[in-house]
Design a protein around this ligand. Structure first.
Ligand SMILES: [Zn+2]
Length: 180
C-alpha cells in the first residue's frame, strides 16, 4: 500500500516531525495519527515500518509520546512535562553490542509498541543537547507546526515563507489599511 504523506511540512527531526503529524488546514485541525493507516504512513516516512507494527497499541503509545513532547516543547523545563517525556524514555533500553560489522548499539523494548514514540523522544534529547534554542513553533497564530531553525542567524519565524510568512505579511498589511 502506498499512500502519500498529506502533511504540509515534513523533513524535520523525528521528534518535531511527530508533533507535525498535527496541522491546520483551512482552519480545521488535521491529524495523521487519527488512525493506524496514518500511523503506517508516518512509520514508513521514517523507515520505522520494518521494525514496528502500525497497530492500535503502537498508535496509542505514539500519541502518548506526542502529547508528552508537545507539553515539553510548550513549557521547556517544566517538571511535569519533563517527567512525562522521561516516562516515555523508560520504555526502551540501549544495549551496547559488538557484531561482525563492529561496535554498535541496539535498543530493546519490553513492549515494542513504545518503539516509535521512544525513538522520537530520544531524538528530542539530541535536540536538547545540540540546539535547544533552535526549537521553534511557527510564528503564525493559526499554525501549529514545529521546526528546527537551521538558519545561520537563528531568525527563522515561519514553517514556510511561501504560506505562513506571506499570510502574516498580508494580514499586517490588512491591519494597517484598516487603521487608516
Ligand atoms: Zn506555519
Amino acid at each position: 500500500m502506498t499512500v502519500t504523506d498529506p502533511r504540509p511540512l515534513t523533513g524535520e527531526p523525528l521528534s518535531l516531525d511527530l508533533l507535525n503529524t498535527r496541522w491546520m488546514s483551512d482552519g480545521e485541525p488535521r491529524d495523521l495519527l487519527a488512525d493506524t493507516e496514518g500511523l503506517a504512513v508516518w512509520l514508513a516516512a521514517h523507515g520505522l515500518d520494518g521494525r514496528f507494527a502500525s497497530d492500535g497499541a503502537t498508535l496509542d503509545r505514539t500519541r502518548t509520546a506526542r502529547e508528552a513532547l508537545k507539553a515539553l516543547v510548550d513549557r521547556p523545563g517544566d517538571p511535569d512535562a519533563t517527567a512525562r517525556v522521561d516516562a516515555v524514555l523508560e520504555h526502551g533500553r540501549i544495549r551496547a553490542e559488538l557484531t561482525a560489522e563492529g561496535p554498535g548499539e541496539r535498543v530493546e523494548f519490553a513492549e515494542p509498541a513504545w518503539g516509535p514514540g521512544w525513538t522520537a523522544a530520544r531524538d528530542y534529547l539530541d535536540l536538547l543537547r545540540t540546539a535547544p534554542d533552535r526549537i521553534r513553533i511557527c510564528a503564525h497564530e493559526a499554525c501549529i507546526l514545529h521546526f528546527l531553525d537551521t538558519s545561520r542567524n537563528g531568525t527563522r519565524r515561519w514553517h514556510s515563507m511561501a504560506t505562513c510568512g506571506n499570510r502574516a505579511k498580508a494580514s499586517r498589511h490588512y491591519a494597517r489599511t484598516k487603521d487608516q
